[in-house]
Design a protein around this ligand. Sequence first.
Ligand SMILES: [Zn+2]
Ligand SMILES: [Zn+2]
Length: 328
Amino acid sequence: MVSVEIISEEDDQISVLFKDADRALLNAVRRNLMAHIPKMAVDSVRFQMGTYDQCSKCGHLNPAGVARRSAGGTGCSKCDALFEKEGEDYVVWETNSAIPDEMIAQRMAMIPIPTDMGAYTSEDECPDCKDLVEEDRGCPTCNMIYTLRAFGSKEGSTITAGDLVFLGDDSGSIPEKYRDIPITRLYEGQMMEFWATAKIGYGKDHAKWSTVAGVSFFPRQVGVINNAKKAKTLFDMGLRVSKKDFKDGRLEDISKVLDLKKDLHNVGAGTGMRDSFADAIGLEDVEGEFIMSFETDASMSPGDALNASFAKLSERFSAIKDDIEHVL
Ligand SMILES: [Zn+2]
Ligand SMILES: [Zn+2]
């Protein structure tokens, strides 16, 4: 029976040890993590286009031109201040930036959206809109909506993920660590306004729906002293691993073995010591044991991602089993 043990988990990174497993299983888990676990990501962005005259007195945004005296306007629609001189009575803002809207939308897609699978469902499983045609789908049960309205400045202002406002409770806010992801930079007279809609999807359809990065696995190894006399060459260097870390000529501690791997680079190929060291300390694979490591983009914790992967895998295997039983 396969068992899984967490070796280390911090922030968005995790390392787990699989026992009684094989490469095929580890690879299935790896592929599942990348392609088949549900995650929220921005899928459409609706940009508001326009030009505004901002009242210098009350800050209200009036549609461009209509309030200006020169165009026969009667002033600010909120405070009635007269708009005589541009730059003094009013400032003109245009929804414009150096970066095209398509690129802004693409950047929005890559910003990690916190994914609470207990609170949202995917559109095609949504109890409220799954029966609608695809373009009509989207409701508070399956979509998360973010808004942004940002203004530039003379010296330039960087608009970041932290400027996004989630329409809902705090659980949808962009995680602290990722709030400074830049979206664009705006200068005086430039503004940006949009609504972004996030929905659940899968990594197999687009990288924006893949929560994991750098998923890798390798066999668990132990260090073995083959030649005590020559092994001293390495220990005498005073690096990470010393002789007393070994018990009966073997080093089994997982993190110490990783240190040993790094230490061995000092006596390996290209060091000029390869021949004299002559593999005095070797590394041996442990049968059926593998270490998997990966990180997530903060849309969910790595532990949640791993559990979601196991759940999905077992669901897919059961479906295959049912199909086979049906056919036979
Ligand atoms: Zn005003
Ligand atoms: Zn819905």
